[in-house]
Design a protein. Sequence first.
Length: 304
Amino acid sequence: MKAIKKVAVTTMALAMGVSTVTACGTKSVSMPQEPKDIAKLASERTAELKSYELKGNADIAMDMMGQKVDIDIDINAVYFKDPMKLKMDMKMVNNAAGKDASEDEKEMTASMYFMKEEDNYVMYMGMEDTWSKTTMSKDDEQYKELIGMLDKGMTSSDDSFIDLYTKAAEQPKDQTMLELKLTGEQIADQIKKSGADTSVLESAGASLDMIKQLGEIPISMGVDNDNVYWKSVSIDLKDIIQSVFDTTLEQYKSMLGDEKEISMSVDECQMKLTYDKYNKATDFELPEEAKNAQETDTSALTAK
């Protein structure tokens, strides 16, 4: 189950990172013609958004030591701007687990919360009933960019991707589909900006340095044709998850010796997210069990 846990942590971090590339709005406006102008307008409208909900899923098909694995991951997130608070819940179900498998082999859950508490921002991370807490001061230079991004509604903090957008070949009736290819280094940078707990990420064998070594990662994004806000985003995670497993294999081989054959291969891993309930998100509170979470070293968030 440790290998599956690595997938869960990596998927949550990437969901945070990818969601910061997109933004949402509510007023009726005209659709620009150029892809970069469409993306720019959609992103600028985040400043008008007070709340939204984000729902999505990731489907993973892989082979682990000759056994087929079929995993479904449900992702649910809620964002409020004033006061800023964000939560992300994830449930992962292993459909291929046998009837004799333990409960943690069949299913696991994880949660992440960002809350503004007095003058600081606090991140709570819960996994398998264990919670951690990280306090981020608004006066700390290493967190200023992250805090500014959260205050602006999860929009990307720069326009470094704006010229990379192109229109997709197939266009549905309700959305204008854009395509974007980011390098592993750009994805790693976006994960860092998103506030994902990189200490947990690295403990799962998915370091930012590893992600930086990946090639281009294709992303498909949809813009609502009526109101010109981001509506959907889809990302192919196959290469990223495969890299997580490759790192795990090297660790196992060093312990067990090269004479033992170990194999893990990812056949498919696609994550899709959809934005909904603009300015009508359902309110939430921090769980009671998270309030007693142990404080962690704040330097973990900027680990390289």
